[in-house]
Design a protein around this ligand. Sequence first.
Ligand code: NAD
Length: 392
Amino acid sequence: MVIKPKVRGFICTNAHPVGCAKSVENQIKYIQGQGFGESGPKNVLVIGCSTGYGLASRITSAFGYGAKTLGICFEKPPTEKRSATAGFYNTAAFHNFAKADGLYADTINGDAFSDEIKAQTIDKIKQDLGKIDLVIYSLASPRRTDPDTGETFKSTLKPVGQAYTTKTYDTDKDKVHEVSLEPANQEEIEHTVKVMGGEDWERWMLQLSEADVLADGCKTTAYTYIGKELTWPIYGQATIGKAKEDLDRAASTIISSLSDKSVSAHVSSLKALVTQASSAIPVMPLYISLIYKVMKEEGTHQGCIEQIAGLFAERLFAENPPVDEANRYRMDGVETNDATQAKIKSLWDQVTQENFHQLSDYAGYNREFLNLFGFEIKDVDYEADVDLLVTW
Ligand code: NAD
């Protein structure tokens, strides 16, 4: 079957298996071209391993440090007529490349928030790996069912405290327009914290510890976005930001409750990038199109793989790495420094429907968006027949 992208709003409803495999291969090649130090992870659990920052973390662990990786994701397999999700094809490709290099890789496809998947993961670790020395927590999800109560919570993307009017770009209608976002009520804030806060990260770490599958000195990190003034009203100081603040609380709890194993837990703040998660956030496509323009001109543009390679080499496995006032690793300085922010702010103030395509790098944003689903990747023949039924 010949597959062309089917874009609906902020998602693409299909994926190209050969393009996804090529994108994974390109990230592997990038990592193989970097020099990583002697000290690194050996047995890694990546929760949210199939796309975006989690996939980059898995690739860095395996191909940068030769680690065995166990991944958890929530992806749809293909049918005769319907392509799998991109994360499914990415994972299949990752398994093939890992196998070719003699690297252990296994993946559990199911709801990471459930205790059932946690139990399956623990069994798998006991069977194949013994103990884990790095746990990456990279989930992005709009809902979570609390395993204790069975209640399902949904996250909301709204400002906190007061309504906020700002510019946004509608990728469907190619339109820059104003958007007014009503503030969240208390319940919406609490539910967002339930979904994207630190409760599940903590639960994972406690269950892994109780099952005695964490190595002494095990490291864990969960990913956050902090941003700056332009995105604070809709991200950093909004419902999602409240949830992300809860990760800081969880990191402290993990450190204190697992002190017998000297577990180190850090929140890592990463830069804004096009991923399936970020393209769903109002304002982000406009903001990211502008930062791509500025950062490409500055020569500081980075994708997921460059950010994560830096996080591993300069923070997670570096001696005495710097942390911020909340004990977080910061890899977002390339975006949040004052000089870069001033340039983005100036473009933000000027941008209108008429000049959007000149002032922004929307072409770059859109290409990276399609790349997420395996489309528009260099050296892939998109006219060729492909087999949808790829698996691992
Ligand atoms: P993504 O959408 O690319 O990846 C999400 C991953 O979570 C996928 O592997 C998916 O399969 C998995 N997943 C979702 N729900 C699941 C479930 N119920 N059970 C098992 N797996 C599930 O997202 P991303 O942008 O890479 O985000 C990962 C983390 O990085 C998030 O915490 C996000 O806030 C953070 N972050 C993102 C950005 C950005 O700009 N994209 C910036 C900084 C930090």
